[in-house]
Design a protein around this ligand. Sequence first.
Ligand SMILES: Nc1ncnc2c1ncn2[C@@H]1O[C@H](COP(=O)(O)OP(=O)(O)OP(=O)(O)O)[C@@H](O)[C@H]1O
Ligand SMILES: [Mg+2]
Length: 230
Amino acid sequence: MKEARDAVRLEEVHKVYYTSKLPVIAVNGVTLGIRPGEFLVLMGPSGCGKSTLLHLMGGVDRPTSGRVLIGGRNLVSLSDNELSDFRRDSIGFVFQSYNLIPSLTAAENIEIPLMIKGLGKKDRDARVAEILRLVDLRDRSDHTPSMLSGGEEQRVAIGRALANDPTVVLLDEPTGNLDQGSGRAILELVSGLNRNKGKTLCMVTHDRALAGYGTRLVEMVDGKMKGEEK
Ligand SMILES: Nc1ncnc2c1ncn2[C@@H]1O[C@H](COP(=O)(O)OP(=O)(O)OP(=O)(O)O)[C@@H](O)[C@H]1O
Ligand SMILES: [Mg+2]
């Protein structure tokens, strides 16, 4: 079965937010597969459900119904503890707003997932050095986020997402807050993860000019997938 080889697979996924007013159907029956080594770009108008879909793929949130499979493993059937362990080991998530810890340096932010995983100091230091080199921030390792530019903060966030060597990396508008030059630099880094390190990627963006970095483009409207291109 072709589907069984998908790195990420959503089957008939729905997500409904129940608020005090009407329920909001943010994701309305999405079936989508991402093959290993693919770099999927996800576009669509504001509010169509892109971030919600990415959160479901990454196990950051749970669907109201449907199945979410990463490497064939159904996230829906995992307990909260199992899900957070799985997320830590297998999925790198890059939030639009970076979500760095302001009191920690770039190196320490990257070290957090390694500490949670229980790696010893020597292994952590070696891995942090390797990641800082990858995201080209060796000379900023002891800067806290307020001492970094937006592009540098985003590179720390990407480094942190890569610390535990996940197979799947999900990025929510990684260039949304950056000027064009820094945005391009981030995209070069991200597409290198796909080309050179074989990571499976899904990136949400508003910028059609960036869609060309991906290997496939899909569009969402009103919680559903539109026709596919490329
Ligand atoms: N926690 C929540 N509670 C209630 N409604 C929510 C919640 N999160 C998102 N929504 C609603 O779900 C819909 C989809 O939101 P989502 O953030 O996924 O959109 P998006 O496509 O990422 O938009 P943008 O491009 O502006 O980031 C929106 O109508 C939003 O108002
Ligand atoms: Mg969004």
